[in-house]
Write a protein that binds this ligand. Structure first.
Ligand code: NAD
Length: 291
C-alpha cells in the first residue's frame, strides 16, 4: 500500500518504520526531519499525502492536527483514508473527520495505548472511530503496528474510549498510591499490602501490573527510579482531555477532575515532569494531611 505518514516522533517514527519493514511504500514528513529506516522523506505534509491510499498522522495535539489536516485533505486522492492516531480532543477528531468526509475521503480517529515500547514492537492497541469501510481499509496496517484494533463506533468514538480509559487509569493510580502511603504510616509492610490488595477487591491494573511501590509486584518504572514508562505530563494531557470532553458533554466527573488537579500540581508546580506517573507514590508518601 502507498502510505503517507505525518509526525515521526517517539511514537510515529517506529510505527512508520514497522509499516515500511512490512513492505509498504511509506512517504514521511515531520517538521524535525528525522531519518526513519525504510521511510522516504517528503518535503511537506501535502507531498507525503499526495497519491497515498492511507495517510496516518501522529501529532502532539488537536490544534496541530487541525492545521495539518487542512493542508493534507486537499492533497489526498479521492477515496483515500485519513487515519489520525494522535491523542486529541474529541471535538478536533470529529471536526477533522467531517472535513475529510466532505472532501470525499474516509476518516478514522485511532488513538493508541501501549506507549513507545508498543510502537517499537508493533504491539499497540488501537481504539478506532469512523466508518466500517475506512476501518476495513486500514485494518491490515493496524495489524502490523499493533496487536489489537477495536472499532468503537462513529467518528470521535476512538478518542472517547481512550480518554475514558485513561481517566480510570489516572484515578486508580492515585488511589493505589495514596493507599500505599496510608499503609506505610499504619506500619503495614508494602509486600503484604500488595499480596492482599492484588488478590482482593482493591485490585486494578495500577496495582497488579504496574505497581507504584519499588521492589513489590511485577517490574515497573518504580523499580527504575520512576523513569517513564508513561510520563506524568502525558497522563496530565489525557486527564485534561477527559475534563474538556466532560465539560463539552455536561458529564459529572468529580474523581477525574480531582485527578487532573493533582497531576497539574505535580507536573507544573512540583518535580513531576519527566517522572513516571506512578511517582505519585513518593509524592504522597512525603506529605502529611496538611501538605
Ligand atoms: P512526539 O513529540 O515525540 O512526536 C510528535 C512529532 O510531531 C514530533 O516529531 C514533531 O516534530 C512532529 N510535528 C509537530 N508539528 C508538526 C507539523 N505541523 N507537521 C509535521 N510534524 C509535526 O510525541 P509522541 O510521543 O510521538 O506522541 C504522539 C501522539 O501520540 C500524541 O498525541 C500523544 O499523546 C500520543 N501518545 C503518546 C504515547 C507515548 O507514550 N509517547 C502513548 C500513547 C499516545
Amino acid at each position: 500500500m502507498k502510505i503517507g505518514f505525518i509526525g515521526l516522533g517517539n511514537m510515529g517514527g517506529p510505527m512508520a518504520r514497522n509499516l515500511a519493514a512490512a513492505g509498504h511504500q511509506v512517504a514521511g514528513f515531520d517538521l524535525a526531519a528525522p531519518q526513519i529506516e525504510g521511510v522516504t522523506p517528503a518535503a511537506s505534509a501535502a507531498e507525503a499525502a499526495a497519491g497515498a491510499e492511507v495517510v496516518i498522522t501522529m501529532l502532539p495535539n488537536g490544534q496541530i492536527l487541525r492545521a495539518v489536516a487542512a493542508e493534507v485533505i486537499p492533497a489526498m486522492a479521492a477515496g483515500a483514508v485519513l487515519c489520525d492516531c494522535s491523542t486529541v480532543d474529541v471535538d478536533s477528531a470529529r471536526a477533522v473527520a467531517e472535513q475529510a468526509v466532505a472532501a470525499g475521503l474516509g476518516a478514522l480517529d485511532a488513538p493508541v495505548s501501549g506507549g513507545v515500547g508498543g510502537a517499537a514492537g508493533g504491539t499497540l492497541t488501537f481504539m478506532v472511530g469512523g466508518s466500517d469501510a475506512a476501518f476495513a481499509t486500514v485494518s491490515p496496517l493496524f495489524d502490523i503496528m499493533g496487536q489489537k484494533a477495536v472499532h468503537c463506533g462513529e467518528s470521535g468514538a476512538g478518542q472517547a474510549a481512550k480518554i475514558c480509559n485513561n481517566m480510570i487509569l489516572g484515578v486508580t493510580m492515585i488511589a493505589t498510591c495514596e493507599a500505599f502511603a496510608l499503609a506505610d504510616k499504619l506500619g503495614l509492610d508494602r509486600q503484604k499490602m500488595f499480596d492482599v490488595v492484588s488478590t482482593s477487591s482493591g485490585y486494578s491494573w495500577s496495582m497488579n501490573a504496574y505497581c507504584p511501590a519499588p521492589g513489590v509486584g511485577p517490574t515497573s518504572p518504580a523499580d527504575n527510579g520512576y523513569k517513564p514508562g508513561f510520563a506524568a505530563e502525558l497522563m496530565l494531557k489525557d486527564l485534561r482531555l477527559s475534563q474538556q470532553a466532560a465539560e463539552s458533554a455536561d458529564a459529572d466527573t468529580p474523581m477525574g477532575q480531582l485527578a487532573a488537579a493533582l497531576y497539574t500540581e505535580f507536573v507544573e508546580n512540583e518535580d513531576g515532569r519527566g517522572q513516571d506517573f506512578s511517582a505519585m507514590l513518593p509524592r504522597l508518601s512525603a506529605r502529611g494531611r496538611k501538605g
